[in-house]
Design a protein around this ligand. Structure first.
Ligand code: E4P
Length: 222
Protein backbone atom coordinates (compact mmCIF):
# COMPACT_ATOMS: atom_id res chain seq x y z
CA UNK A 1 0.00 0.00 0.00
CA UNK A 2 1.33 3.44 -0.91
CA UNK A 3 1.33 6.16 1.74
CA UNK A 4 0.33 9.74 0.97
CA UNK A 5 0.53 12.40 3.66
CA UNK A 6 -2.73 14.28 4.23
CA UNK A 7 -1.54 17.83 4.91
CA UNK A 8 -0.66 21.17 3.32
CA UNK A 9 2.02 21.83 5.95
CA UNK A 10 5.41 21.87 4.28
CA UNK A 11 7.38 21.18 7.48
CA UNK A 12 5.31 18.06 8.15
CA UNK A 13 5.85 16.90 4.57
CA UNK A 14 9.64 17.42 4.80
CA UNK A 15 9.86 15.59 8.13
CA UNK A 16 7.70 12.60 7.07
CA UNK A 17 9.55 12.42 3.73
CA UNK A 18 12.83 12.03 5.67
CA UNK A 19 11.46 8.76 7.15
CA UNK A 20 11.34 7.24 3.66
CA UNK A 21 7.67 6.28 3.60
CA UNK A 22 5.90 9.03 1.69
CA UNK A 23 4.78 8.35 -1.89
CA UNK A 24 2.53 11.38 -2.39
CA UNK A 25 0.49 14.18 -0.81
CA UNK A 26 -3.19 15.08 -0.53
CA UNK A 27 -4.43 18.54 0.31
CA UNK A 28 -7.94 19.94 0.63
CA UNK A 29 -9.32 23.49 1.02
CA UNK A 30 -9.55 23.15 4.83
CA UNK A 31 -5.94 21.95 5.14
CA UNK A 32 -4.74 24.77 2.86
CA UNK A 33 -6.73 27.38 4.85
CA UNK A 34 -4.91 26.32 8.05
CA UNK A 35 -1.55 27.32 6.55
CA UNK A 36 -2.44 30.99 5.90
CA UNK A 37 -0.35 30.97 2.70
CA UNK A 38 -1.04 31.29 -1.01
CA UNK A 39 -2.21 27.95 -2.50
CA UNK A 40 0.08 28.17 -5.52
CA UNK A 41 3.06 28.90 -3.29
CA UNK A 42 2.25 25.83 -1.16
CA UNK A 43 1.87 23.59 -4.22
CA UNK A 44 5.19 24.76 -5.69
CA UNK A 45 6.94 23.95 -2.41
CA UNK A 46 5.30 20.51 -2.12
CA UNK A 47 6.19 19.65 -5.73
CA UNK A 48 9.83 20.53 -5.02
CA UNK A 49 9.93 18.08 -2.06
CA UNK A 50 7.89 15.06 -3.15
CA UNK A 51 8.24 13.31 -6.49
CA UNK A 52 4.85 11.59 -6.49
CA UNK A 53 1.14 12.33 -6.91
CA UNK A 54 0.07 15.59 -5.23
CA UNK A 55 -3.66 16.24 -4.96
CA UNK A 56 -4.90 19.82 -5.38
CA UNK A 57 -8.63 20.42 -5.02
CA UNK A 58 -10.96 22.41 -7.26
CA UNK A 59 -13.36 24.82 -5.51
CA UNK A 60 -16.07 25.50 -8.09
CA UNK A 61 -19.42 23.76 -8.57
CA UNK A 62 -20.18 24.00 -12.28
CA UNK A 63 -18.52 21.49 -14.62
CA UNK A 64 -17.20 24.13 -17.01
CA UNK A 65 -15.51 25.95 -14.15
CA UNK A 66 -14.22 22.69 -12.65
CA UNK A 67 -12.72 21.78 -16.03
CA UNK A 68 -11.05 25.20 -16.36
CA UNK A 69 -9.68 24.93 -12.80
CA UNK A 70 -8.46 21.38 -13.43
CA UNK A 71 -6.57 22.42 -16.54
CA UNK A 72 -4.91 25.31 -14.66
CA UNK A 73 -3.93 23.10 -11.71
CA UNK A 74 -2.59 20.36 -14.00
CA UNK A 75 -0.32 22.91 -15.73
CA UNK A 76 1.53 23.62 -12.45
CA UNK A 77 3.46 20.33 -12.37
CA UNK A 78 3.33 16.87 -13.98
CA UNK A 79 2.62 15.30 -10.56
CA UNK A 80 -0.53 17.32 -9.80
CA UNK A 81 -3.65 15.19 -9.41
CA UNK A 82 -6.82 17.25 -9.60
CA UNK A 83 -9.20 16.60 -6.74
CA UNK A 84 -12.84 16.91 -7.79
CA UNK A 85 -15.92 16.49 -5.55
CA UNK A 86 -18.28 13.58 -6.09
CA UNK A 87 -21.25 15.51 -7.46
CA UNK A 88 -22.87 15.34 -10.91
CA UNK A 89 -20.99 18.40 -12.18
CA UNK A 90 -17.78 16.92 -10.80
CA UNK A 91 -18.24 13.64 -12.66
CA UNK A 92 -18.98 15.51 -15.90
CA UNK A 93 -15.63 17.26 -15.47
CA UNK A 94 -13.76 14.04 -14.56
CA UNK A 95 -15.05 12.37 -17.69
CA UNK A 96 -13.69 15.19 -19.88
CA UNK A 97 -10.36 15.98 -18.20
CA UNK A 98 -9.40 12.32 -17.76
CA UNK A 99 -9.58 11.95 -21.56
CA UNK A 100 -7.08 14.84 -21.78
CA UNK A 101 -4.62 12.85 -19.64
CA UNK A 102 -5.24 14.77 -16.40
CA UNK A 103 -5.12 12.54 -13.31
CA UNK A 104 -8.09 12.94 -10.99
CA UNK A 105 -8.89 12.15 -7.37
CA UNK A 106 -12.64 12.05 -6.82
CA UNK A 107 -13.22 13.16 -3.26
CA UNK A 108 -15.95 13.14 -0.60
CA UNK A 109 -17.00 9.56 -1.38
CA UNK A 110 -19.27 7.96 1.22
CA UNK A 111 -20.92 5.04 -0.63
CA UNK A 112 -20.03 2.15 -2.91
CA UNK A 113 -22.38 3.36 -5.65
CA UNK A 114 -20.65 6.76 -5.62
CA UNK A 115 -17.33 4.94 -6.06
CA UNK A 116 -18.78 2.94 -8.96
CA UNK A 117 -19.96 6.13 -10.67
CA UNK A 118 -16.53 7.75 -10.21
CA UNK A 119 -14.80 4.71 -11.73
CA UNK A 120 -17.17 4.76 -14.70
CA UNK A 121 -16.39 8.46 -15.26
CA UNK A 122 -12.68 7.55 -15.45
CA UNK A 123 -11.35 8.67 -12.05
CA UNK A 124 -7.69 7.85 -11.38
CA UNK A 125 -8.31 7.71 -7.60
CA UNK A 126 -11.41 7.46 -5.43
CA UNK A 127 -11.24 8.92 -1.90
CA UNK A 128 -13.68 7.25 0.52
CA UNK A 129 -13.67 9.19 3.83
CA UNK A 130 -13.71 6.41 6.41
CA UNK A 131 -13.21 8.47 9.59
CA UNK A 132 -16.18 10.69 8.80
CA UNK A 133 -18.35 7.57 8.32
CA UNK A 134 -17.14 6.14 11.64
CA UNK A 135 -18.05 9.51 13.21
CA UNK A 136 -21.71 8.93 12.30
CA UNK A 137 -21.62 5.29 13.51
CA UNK A 138 -21.27 3.75 10.05
CA UNK A 139 -18.49 1.29 9.24
CA UNK A 140 -15.92 3.19 7.16
CA UNK A 141 -13.73 0.15 6.56
CA UNK A 142 -16.68 -1.89 5.26
CA UNK A 143 -16.96 0.71 2.50
CA UNK A 144 -13.32 0.14 1.50
CA UNK A 145 -13.98 -3.63 1.37
CA UNK A 146 -17.07 -3.14 -0.81
CA UNK A 147 -15.26 -0.84 -3.24
CA UNK A 148 -12.31 -3.28 -3.44
CA UNK A 149 -14.69 -6.12 -4.37
CA UNK A 150 -16.61 -4.05 -6.91
CA UNK A 151 -13.51 -2.68 -8.64
CA UNK A 152 -11.95 -6.17 -8.74
CA UNK A 153 -15.16 -7.74 -10.09
CA UNK A 154 -15.04 -5.49 -13.15
CA UNK A 155 -11.32 -4.69 -13.41
CA UNK A 156 -11.79 -0.97 -12.89
CA UNK A 157 -8.34 0.67 -12.89
CA UNK A 158 -9.46 3.41 -10.44
CA UNK A 159 -7.24 3.26 -7.35
CA UNK A 160 -8.73 3.24 -3.86
CA UNK A 161 -7.26 6.05 -1.77
CA UNK A 162 -8.44 5.51 1.80
CA UNK A 163 -8.96 8.98 3.30
CA UNK A 164 -10.07 10.56 6.58
CA UNK A 165 -7.73 8.21 8.42
CA UNK A 166 -7.83 8.81 12.17
CA UNK A 167 -5.58 6.17 13.80
CA UNK A 168 -3.09 3.34 13.07
CA UNK A 169 -5.83 0.71 13.09
CA UNK A 170 -7.39 2.38 10.04
CA UNK A 171 -4.02 1.99 8.27
CA UNK A 172 -3.61 -1.68 9.27
CA UNK A 173 -7.11 -2.58 8.09
CA UNK A 174 -6.83 -0.58 4.86
CA UNK A 175 -3.66 -2.54 4.03
CA UNK A 176 -5.35 -5.85 4.89
CA UNK A 177 -8.37 -5.24 2.67
CA UNK A 178 -6.19 -4.15 -0.26
CA UNK A 179 -6.59 -0.38 -0.47
CA UNK A 180 -4.15 0.91 -3.09
CA UNK A 181 -3.22 4.00 -1.07
CA UNK A 182 -3.91 5.47 2.36
CA UNK A 183 -3.62 9.20 2.90
CA UNK A 184 -2.49 9.71 6.47
CA UNK A 185 -2.21 12.80 8.69
CA UNK A 186 1.23 13.56 10.17
CA UNK A 187 0.18 12.64 13.74
CA UNK A 188 -1.02 9.21 12.65
CA UNK A 189 2.16 8.59 10.65
CA UNK A 190 4.16 9.26 13.83
CA UNK A 191 1.98 6.77 15.72
CA UNK A 192 2.69 4.09 13.07
CA UNK A 193 6.33 4.13 14.21
CA UNK A 194 5.82 4.34 17.97
CA UNK A 195 5.59 1.31 20.26
CA UNK A 196 5.99 1.41 24.06
CA UNK A 197 7.97 -1.88 24.03
CA UNK A 198 10.42 -0.37 21.54
CA UNK A 199 10.93 2.62 23.85
CA UNK A 200 11.30 0.58 27.06
CA UNK A 201 13.49 -2.01 25.28
CA UNK A 202 15.81 0.67 23.95
CA UNK A 203 15.94 2.37 27.34
CA UNK A 204 17.07 -0.93 28.96
CA UNK A 205 19.66 -1.65 26.25
CA UNK A 206 21.23 1.79 26.73
CA UNK A 207 21.21 1.49 30.56
CA UNK A 208 22.81 -1.98 30.40
CA UNK A 209 25.38 -0.69 27.93
CA UNK A 210 26.55 1.81 30.54
CA UNK A 211 27.58 -1.13 32.80
CA UNK A 212 29.77 -2.80 30.13
CA UNK A 213 33.48 -2.31 31.08
CA UNK A 214 35.19 -0.14 28.48
CA UNK A 215 38.91 -0.02 27.75
CA UNK A 216 40.31 3.50 28.26
CA UNK A 217 42.47 4.94 25.49
CA UNK A 218 45.51 4.69 27.89
CA UNK A 219 44.95 0.99 28.65
CA UNK A 220 44.42 0.28 24.93
CA UNK A 221 47.92 1.65 24.22
CA UNK A 222 49.37 -0.49 26.67
C1 E4P B 1 -8.82 13.49 1.84
O1 E4P B 1 -8.05 13.61 0.92
C2 E4P B 1 -9.07 14.50 2.85
O2 E4P B 1 -8.08 15.50 2.73
C3 E4P B 1 -9.00 14.02 4.26
O3 E4P B 1 -8.53 12.68 4.36
C4 E4P B 1 -10.19 14.33 5.07
O4 E4P B 1 -9.95 13.94 6.39
P1 E4P B 1 -10.79 14.48 7.63
O5 E4P B 1 -12.10 13.78 7.65
O6 E4P B 1 -9.95 14.13 8.82
O7 E4P B 1 -10.94 15.97 7.44
Amino acid sequence: MRFFIDTANVDEIKEAHSWGAIDGVTTNPSLVAKEGKDFREILDEICSIIDGPISAETVTLNHEEIIAESRELAKIHKNIVVKIPLIKEGLKAVQIVSKEGINTNVTLCFSATQALMAAKAGATYISPFIGRLDDISQDGMALIEDIRDIYDNYDFPTQILTASVRHPEHVRLAALVGSDVATIPFGVLEKLIKHPLTDSGLDKFLKDWETVPKLTSTSQKG
